[in-house]
Ligand binder design. Structure first.
Ligand code: NAD
Length: 269
């Protein structure tokens, strides 16, 4: 595989499982040194296992514990990594979670918890990344852009989701956070885009695929007739991080097997 991200340093938040792990492995395969971020001591082992896989495949990476919803931890992570690796070139804002509830029963704690990780976490990491890109300045032999930020959004930045108002609000928020930051920093050659996954087979949505009946019901929402895999998102992330997408900023790229194509209308509505 061509090393399109050679000599670049990438942080992937929430990378000890699921999509983040898939993205971390693909970025490493493309030559980046990857920081496998994870939130708490109990996720250390899983993060180390992702790093071990990256190294076994000839790539480079380390694990780093930081809760992205905590300002002082995020500031410390970027400072530590800049000291250890010189700079950061790519941020994949992937960490995210769900706390589902009927809206009339949703607690403020469930609302704040989801918004705190999914939206405030992306704000905090993006802000530190932009500060680092501006401080470092251009390195044209590594990348045409000054830096790249990829936000993990969801099809739920456009598809409303009953019973998940906090999650859908966080993803809708990511859309305009991403576009506003992309607009503000395009003149500085910083590219900011989102990947909007459909249904990807990970721990976050296990109940939607772990029985044949659940999977069959899920497939009625996916015209392409298969559930997505973390590598599907990893490949899109490599492309968005590389110079192959150098003229793309402020875009939401849907990687969803057609989930946003209103499949209910495929048989005449
Ligand atoms: P996942 O549960 O495997 O991954 C989420 C990761 O975020 C976990 O590794 C978790 O440890 C980490 N995390 C949680 N809180 C954190 C914090 N405070 N700081 C740092 N890390 C934290 O699920 P996933 O499906 O891989 O989800 C990854 C992202 O993709 C999420 O943003 C999710 O909303 C998004 N997404 C997933 C799907 C899907 O179908 N799986 C679809 C659309 C969007």
């Amino acid at each position: 595989m061509e090393k399109k991200l050679k000599d670049q340093v990438a942080i992937v938040t929430g990378a000890s499982s699921g999509i983040g792990a898939g993205v971390a492995k693909k970025l490493a395969e493309a030559g980046a040194t990857v920081i496998v971020n994870h939130p708490v001591p109990s996720t250390q082992e899983a993060a180390d296992a992702v790093v071990a896989e990256i190294r076994a495949d000839g790539g480079q990476g380390i694990s780093y514990q930081c809760d992205v919803s905590k300002e002082e931890e995020v500031i410390r992570m970027f400072a530590d990594l800049a000291r250890q690796f010189g700079t950061v070139d790519i941020l994949v804002n992937n960490a995210g979670l769900q706390r589902d509830s009927p809206f009339n029963e949703m607690t403020l704690e469930q609302w704040n918890f989801v918004l705190g990780v999914n939206l405030t976490g992306q704000f905090l990491c993006a802000r530190e990344a932009i500060r680092e890109f501006l401080k470092r300045g251009p390195v044209p032999q590594r990348s045409s852009a000054l830096g790249k930020i990829i936000c993990m959004s969801s099809v739920h930045e456009v598809i409303p989701w009953a019973g998940h108002a906090n999650y859908a609000a966080s993803k809708g928020g990511i859309m305009l956070l991403m576009k506003s930051v992309a607009q503000e920093f395009a003149p500085k050659k910083i590219r900011v885009n989102s990947i909007c996954p459909g249904a990807i087979q990970t721990p976050i949505n296990r109940q939607a695929w772990d029985t044949p009946e659940a999977l069959q019901s899920l497939l009625t929402l996916i015209p392409y007739q298969r559930i997505g895999q973390p590598e599907d998102i990893g490949k899109a992330a490599v492309w968005l991080a590389s110079d192959d997408s150098d003229y793309i900023t402020g875009a939401s790229i849907f990687v969803d097997g057609g989930m946003t194509l209103y499949p209910g209308f495929s048989t005449n509505g």
